[in-house]
Design a protein around this ligand. Structure first.
Ligand code: PRP
Ligand code: URA
Length: 224
């Protein structure tokens, strides 16, 4: 599904994806299931987002005959999660393309200003030759994703796409204004941001729910 007059934006609308995102939003969903859902959702989104991957032909032999058949150019790909919450999506995408190169960008939103703060960046040296998929479950104000794209470009990345699970209209607008040419794949489009720049209805704080750090404590302490 397209979004307004932004040709770079795709809002996915598969019923299975919707089902899993509903479960993810539910505040009674605990850490274990939350992580599993993020992984499954990333596989579903990745299947769509990676549909333009390059392939090359290799000769194989079926039980019937020799044949030239396509394989994905795994080495031309790179996944870059934004820490922390993006790590949950990395797990899912690596199920689709095992052994794919991954870079990592560490950003957190300052609780007061809501501006992203950089704390980590490790990217492959040959990133300029790779098809880079930036991943983060939440696109709220768009500040983190916009900053992460700047960091990728500074390191030479030329071909970038961004995959998120839930986006606010404000985040999509900001991201597209800064990066009109970067494909943006969204699992669900939400209503708006609240006064604390959280997505409504959203799912709360994705990093905390992924790693069980809500209110500074760990959930599921009794589950090993
Ligand atoms: C969340 C989320 C994004 C960012 C989105 O991370 O994973 O990176 O907020 O918000 P924005 O669009 O307004 O920038 P957070 O800063 O909570 O860090 P965490 O993943 O380490 O918890
Ligand atoms: N980050 C989150 O984890 N959730 C939001 O709703 C907004 C930013």
């Amino acid at each position: 599904m397209a979004y307004k007059n932004y040709p770079n934006v795709t809002i996915l609308d598969h019923p299975l994806l919707k089902h899993k995102i509903t479960k993810l939003r539910d505040k009674t969903t605990k850490t274990n299931e939350f992580k599993m859902l993020v992984k499954e959702i990333s596989i579903l989104e990745g299947y769509e987002a990676l549909r333009h991957l390059e392939t090359h032909l290799v000769e194989i032999e079926t039980p019937i005959e020799k044949s030239m058949q396509p394989l994905v150019n795994r080495k031309s790909l790179c996944f870059v999660p934004i820490l922390r919450a993006g790590l949950g999506m990395e797990d899912g995408l690596l199920e689709l393309v095992p052994g794919c190169t991954c870079g990592h960008i560490g950003l957190y939103r300052d609780e007061v200003t809501k501006e992203p703060v950089e704390y980590y960046c490790k990217l492959p040296a040959d990133i300029s030759e790779k098809d880079v998929y930036l991943i983060d479950p939440m696109l709220a104000t768009g500040g983190s994703a916009i900053d992460a794209v700047k960091m990728l470009k500074k390191h030479g990345a030329k071909k970038i796409s961004f995959i998120c699970i839930i986006a606010a209209p404000e985040g999509i607008e900001a991201f597209c204004k800064a990066n009109p040419d970067i494909p943006l794949i969204v699992g669900a489009l939400d209503r708006c941001l609240n006064e604390n720049a959280y997505i409504c209805p959203g799912l709360g704080d994705c990093g905390d729910r992924t790693f069980g750090t809500t209110n500074g404590t760990t959930e599921d302490r009794h589950i090993i």
